[in-house]
Design a protein around this ligand. Structure first.
Ligand code: ADP
Length: 268
């Protein structure tokens, strides 16, 4: 009837409005749960080094350590915990600054091979200590220009190379390679390290996710390195990919445009 139809329409509208509101409420609830979980995670991560440093300092204050060499060892351990705390807070700040867009990006053209060489120089000592052969592939082109934020890509390479060394055994190999296509450059960081079990691969880019919590912490890891890498690649409209085989090693790769004109179109 003529009366029935408009009523039905109003009813439908009310229902779809209610559904929309419910969706918004669910979305907010999810965000709230995420925020709560994040604060719980951060507090827990902060507590670990604080608790350790506290333990060493209080033992020293209680006078339990009369022996000078033992005392020095305790002080060194306390200092190491505080250094770890400093790195953790720095990583947290970096992550939140990238997320909120507080960090202004400076896109420019630069030679990523040259940047990789500089990062390699910084890790020379660490690699040498583990007899790791850290180098740029001999097949890599002499010049590899990309259009990106130099400082942020410096951070990406630093985090990936640091991990490659951290999760490699003695006598391992870490190789950086570049593949130039018509519009893009793919950078690969390859290691012959312990690899990542398939069930963990998807999650390693989450904040504080580690395959082996205690071992990663022991190696000085904050669990934020790859989350930072992921975010940096996102602001470059790109992503980081990983392929890994337990016991054999891992390859982390990311794609950047060669030219400024391509910056606005997302990397395929
Ligand atoms: P962390 O500070 O723990 O290294 P990351 O976010 O950098 O945190 O990495 C997350 C986890 O992913 C690490 O704890 C480790 O388990 C795994 N991982 C990262 N890079 C590698 C790699 N090159 N080889 C093996 N495992 C890796």
């Amino acid at each position: 009837s003529g009366l029935f139809n408009p009523l039905k329409k109003i009813n439908e509208e009310i229902f779809s409005y209610a559904a929309l509101k419910q969706k918004e409420i669910d979305e907010l609830k999810k965000l709230e749960a995420f925020r709560r979980e994040f604060i719980a995670d951060v507090s827990h991560e902060l507590k670990t080094p604080i608790f350790a440093a506290q333990g060493f300092v209080h033992t020293l204050l209680d006078g339990a350590v009369k022996d000078k060499s033992v005392r020095n060892r305790f002080l060194k351990k306390a200092a190491k915990s505080l250094d770890g705390l400093d790195i953790l807070v720095q990583d947290l700040l970096t992550l939140s600054q990238i997320e909120t867009g507080e960090i202004k990006m400076h896109f420019e053209s630069f030679d990523i091979r040259q940047l990789a060489e500089e990062v390699i120089d910084q890790f020379e000592n660490k690699a040498e200590k583990k007899d790791i052969n850290l180098k740029i592939s001999k097949h890599a082109p002499e010049e590899v220009f990309v259009y990106a934020d130099w400082q942020r890509i410096n951070q990406v390479l630093t985090n990936l190379i640091s991990n490659a060394i951290k999760y490699s055994n003695k006598n391992g190999k870490v190789t950086i390679d570049f593949q130039i296509t018509t519009s893009h450059v793919v950078t690969r960081v390859r290691d012959t390290g312990e690899g990542i079990p398939p069930e963990h691969v998807k999650r390693i880019f989450e904040r504080f996710y580690r395959v082996d919590k205690s071992r990663s912490r022991e190696k000085g890891g904050t669990g934020l390195g790859l989350a930072i890498v992921k975010h940096i690649m996102e602001v470059h409209k790109s992503k980081v990919e990983v392929s890994s085989e337990p016991g054999k090693g891992s390859v982390f790769s990311f794609k950047l445009p060669r030219e400024a004109t391509l910056q606005t179109s997302p990397a395929e």
